[in-house]
Design a protein around this ligand. Sequence first.
Ligand code: ATP
Length: 270
Amino acid sequence: VRARVMEVEESPGVDYDDIGGLAEQMNEVRETVELPLESPEMFDDVGIQPPSGVLLHGPPGTGKTMLAKAVANQTDATFIKMAGSELVHKFIGEGAKLVRDLFEVAREHEPAVIFIDEIDAIASKRTDSKTSGDAEVQRTMMQLLSEMDGFEERGEIRIIAATNRFDMLDRAILRPGRFDRLIEVPKPDAEGREKIFAIHTQEMNLADDVEFSELAADATDASGADIKAVCTEAGMFAIRDERTEVRMTDFDEAWEKIEADEEATGDVTK
Ligand code: ATP
C-alpha cells in the first residue's frame, strides 16, 4: 500500500535555481523549513519553536511542489509526498492508518520533508458533517494534526502542505501549532515568466530571434507549468518542420495549439 500512494525520493533533484520568480516565497520556505532542519539550535537558543506546518497556496502549476522538493534537496532530507485525495478512503480507519504510515516512513528516513498535496481533500469546510464519509475524512485530518502535535520530540521532520483551494479550507487547520505559516504562491509576473522561459529553454537549441522578454509579455496569466508546456510544444513544431533550431514562430504556434487544446478540453484556467 505504501509504495502505491506514497512517493519517497532520497534526493528529489530540484534546486532553487530551477525555480523562476518566487524569490520571496523561497526565502520564507528557507526560513521556516530549511533553517529549523539545518540549525535547530538557533531556535533553542532564542527559545522559540519553528512553525509546525507550512501551507503553500495558489493556482495549479505555480511551483509549490518544486519549492518543497528544492528545500528537501538542499537539506539532504528525504522527500515524502502524498496527495490528500489518496487519504480519502471508503473504509473506516484506513485514512488515519495511512497518515500513521506516512509519519513512520518519515521517522525511518530522517531528516525528512513530508509534502501533502491537495490538503483540501481532507481539510475542507464541511457542508454536512453528519454523513459517515465526512466523519471518516475528519478522523483522517485529526490523525494528521495529532501526529503534528508530537513534533517537538520527532526531531528532523518538517511538514509542508499545498492547496489550490485556499478558500475552501477548514480554518481549524490554520490554528497555531498546525499549519501556522501560510505562503501564497501566485502565478508569475512578467519578470518571473521571463525567468521561467529561460529555465525551461536552457537545453533547447534556440534561434537568435527568440526573445524571452517578448515571450513573457505575451504569456499573461500563464503558470510555470503552462510555460514549460509551451517550450516543449515549440520544440515539437521545430521537429515537425525538420529543423533543429527553435524559432519565435514555433512558440507562437505552440501557444495557439495549447490554447486550442485547452478550449477543447474545457479547461478555462488559462
Ligand atoms: P499543483 O498545485 O497542480 O500540484 P504545483 O504548484 O505543485 O501544482 P509544480 O508541480 O511545482 O506545481 O509545477 C509543475 C511543473 O511546472 C514543474 O515541474 C515545472 O516544470 C513547472 N513550473 C511551475 N512553476 C515553476 C516555476 N516557478 N519555475 C520553473 N518551473 C515551474
